[in-house]
Design a protein around this ligand. Structure first.
Ligand SMILES: [Zn+2]
Length: 262
């Protein structure tokens, strides 16, 4: 599913005939000067392609991405490493810096509202890559908030996303969104650790859903922000809609991008 959404996003970025000129998706999420800005579309296409390659579904399977559905493989030393977890599973060597210790009785950082995170690893055989952890405990976890009822498909086929006051943010509840967000950390184009990530439509666009203007982050930061790309891929995948100031709006059937392979 995630690979399908990413593959579709690469195709949308490479298909100028389906650009929704009166939408504001690229302007809001990645600070594009217009929806048709070629430099932005090239950057977006190559970023999505890199993430797709990282999943191993593309032809050049360059780096190894492993997805864990819990944090049981992480160990928290009893002393001396405040907030740092160790992954020594399957020959991997990685330190994972989180700003929290584990909950009582647990060895990893999942819990509370932590839904997912990613970190780079290397192995003694020279292989390296990125590990993605989807937290599976707690009410705010990835699996509790994922697409249990197949809603992504339902929204796409017949749901009326335009009735959602949350607009674009609605798409943040899906597992594919969370995996794409974490995959964006596995490619070099993501924000460096020293820069604070920007989460959610309001912080990324600089204004509330349905509003304009405001004081958004810089274009460069938005062009390298994992959440911007996760929302963009999901929004494009919802091919019956365009997004204007974060609100979903039906596209007339004659202008509707094809549902699958462009
Ligand atoms: Zn992130």
């Amino acid at each position: 599913m995630t690979a399908t959404v990413l593959d579709y996003a690469v195709r949308r970025a490479n298909s100028p005939e389906y650009i929704q000129e009166d939408g504001t998706l690229l302007q809001d999420l990645v600070g594009a000067p217009s929806e048709r800005d070629q430099e932005t579309l090239v950057h977006v296409a190559s970023s999505f392609q890199a993430a797709l390659s990282a999943t191993g579904s593309a032809e050049d399977n360059g780096i190894g991405v492993i997805i864990h559905c819990n944090d049981n493989h992480l160990r928290y030393p009893t002393s001396g490493f405040s907030g740092v977890y160790f992954d020594t599973s399957e020959g991997r060597q990685a330190q994972v810096r989180m700003n929290r210790g584990p909950a009582p009785g647990r060895t990893g950082p999942c819990g509370d509202n932590l839904r997912a995170f990613a970190y780079p690893y290397s192995r003694s055989d020279g292989m390296s890559g990125a590990a993605i952890v989807l937290c599976s405990i707690g009410a705010g976890s990835a699996f509790e908030s994922s697409d249990k009822a197949g809603e992504v498909s339902l929204w796409r086929k017949q749901g009326n996303l335009s009735q959602s006051p949350e607009g674009l943010n609605t798409l943040g509840r899906y597992l594919s969104y969370m995996i794409i967000h974490e995959l964006m950390h596995a490619i070099p184009a993501s924000l460096p650790d020293s820069k604070a990530e920007i989460y959610g439509y309001v912080a990324i666009a600089g204004h509330n859903i349905g509003e304009v203007g405001g004081n958004p982050p810089s274009r460069n930061d938005r062009l390298h922000n994992a959440d911007s790309f996760a929302f963009l891929a999901m929004a494009w995948y919802m091919n019956k809609y365009k997004f204007i100031n974060g609100k979903a709006v039906w596209i007339p059937a004659k202008n509707n991008p094809p549902p699958d392979n462009l």
